[in-house]
Ligand binder design. Structure first.
Ligand code: ADP
Length: 296
């Protein structure tokens, strides 16, 4: 995945390489580059034709946008399974880093539990590390969830990777808050569940919204945990951050004709088939060969 190397090098250029010193991994398809310790960005010498054929064979490169609690993780992970690409959730990468008790774990925990965004340098480092690991395991394509979250992140991404489609999930704010507060995670298997019942009457042209709880199986029931940032105060702070920092990312992709707005109006049984249909996907097969090039 050549995009990974370009991400690493663009990040170093744009962020000034602050504190970044990494192995320059040999990107797939780059014939002439050695794997060396490199502090200075070098222009990769890759023929455009090679990039085109490489691009054709890869898996989809999609991005999921949407407020906290909208269901990005739920639908991005299902689609990733269907399309056989990795689901890369930025929040999970951050939480995993915190669990590793690395030197920056405490700092990350503090920022995250206040609902604020982490510095770009940290985010790009975690993402590049994850993508590089994927390349070495033979992964192709991705569905990103929780990245990009700022226009700066979107601009850097735009320089290094061809994003095929951006899915923007939307849901009313009161429902988002209820869903975040009802969210439970199994400490053993990592499964996501929700104890909230959403049942809101429709009015005017707004349809009724009904989402039954998504309860855990008995094996997980005793191991339910609540995310530290799923308190009402922090959820509201995260929503404010979303409106200020992340909503402009919707406009960034909308202006490029890449954004598919999708209103979540029910539970998984109703929403999943509607989403597949909006994406021109059916069961386990892509109906149209060109669906990954689709725009809204
Ligand atoms: N792209 C990003 N840029 C900066 N911070 C991020 C990013 N992605 C995740 N984070 C940090 O991780 C937290 C949790 O992210 P996530 O699990 O995606 O939450 P949400 O439920 O709000 O979508 C965010 O509130 C933020 O502190």
């Amino acid at each position: 995945m050549a995009a990974v190397s370009r991400l690493r090098s663009t990040m170093m250029m744009r962020l000034g390489g602050q504190g970044v010193r990494m192995a320059w991994a040999r990107p797939m398809g780059y014939a002439a580059q050695a794997s060396i310790e490199e502090e200075v960005w070098r222009e990769p010498s890759r023929p455009v034709e090679a990039m085109d054929s490489q691009e054709k064979d890869r898996g989809v490169q999609w991005v999921f946008l949407g407020c906290p609690g909208v269901g990005k993780g739920t639908y991005a992970s299902r689609l990733a399974k269907l399309l056989e690409v990795p689901h890369i959730a930025m929040g999970d990468l951050v939480r995993n880093e915190i669990l590793q008790k690395t030197s920056m774990a405490e700092q990350l925990k503090k920022i995250m539990s206040s609902g604020q965004l982490l510095p770009d340098e940290i985010i790009f480092n975690l993402l590049t590390k994850r993508l590089e690991g994927g390349v070495s395991r033979g992964e192709s394509g991705f569905i990103l969830d929780g990245f990009p979250r700022t226009v700066n992140q979107a601009e850097i991404m735009d320089e290094v990777a061809n994003i095929d489609l951006v899915v923007n999930l939307r849901l009313r704010e009161d429902v988002l808050v209820t869903k975040c507060l009802g969210r439970r995670i199994c400490s053993q298997c990592g499964g996501n569940f929700n104890v909230a019942t959403i049942d809101i009457d429709g009015y005017d042209s707004v349809p009724r919204i009904y989402m039954p709880p998504l309860l855990p199986p008995p094996s997980c029931a005793e191991k339910m945990t609540i995310r530290a940032d799923d308190t009402e105060e922090v959820v509201r702070a995260r929503l404010r951050v979303y409106y200020e920092e992340s909503q402009p990312v919707e406009d960034f992709y909308r202006a490029r004709g890449m954004l598919l707005d999708f209103d979540v109006a029910g539970g998984i049984p109703e929403t999943w088939p509607r989403l597949l249909s909006a994406l021109n996907l059916e069961d386990k097969r892509i109906v149209s060969q060109d669906s990954r090039k689709m725009t809204a």
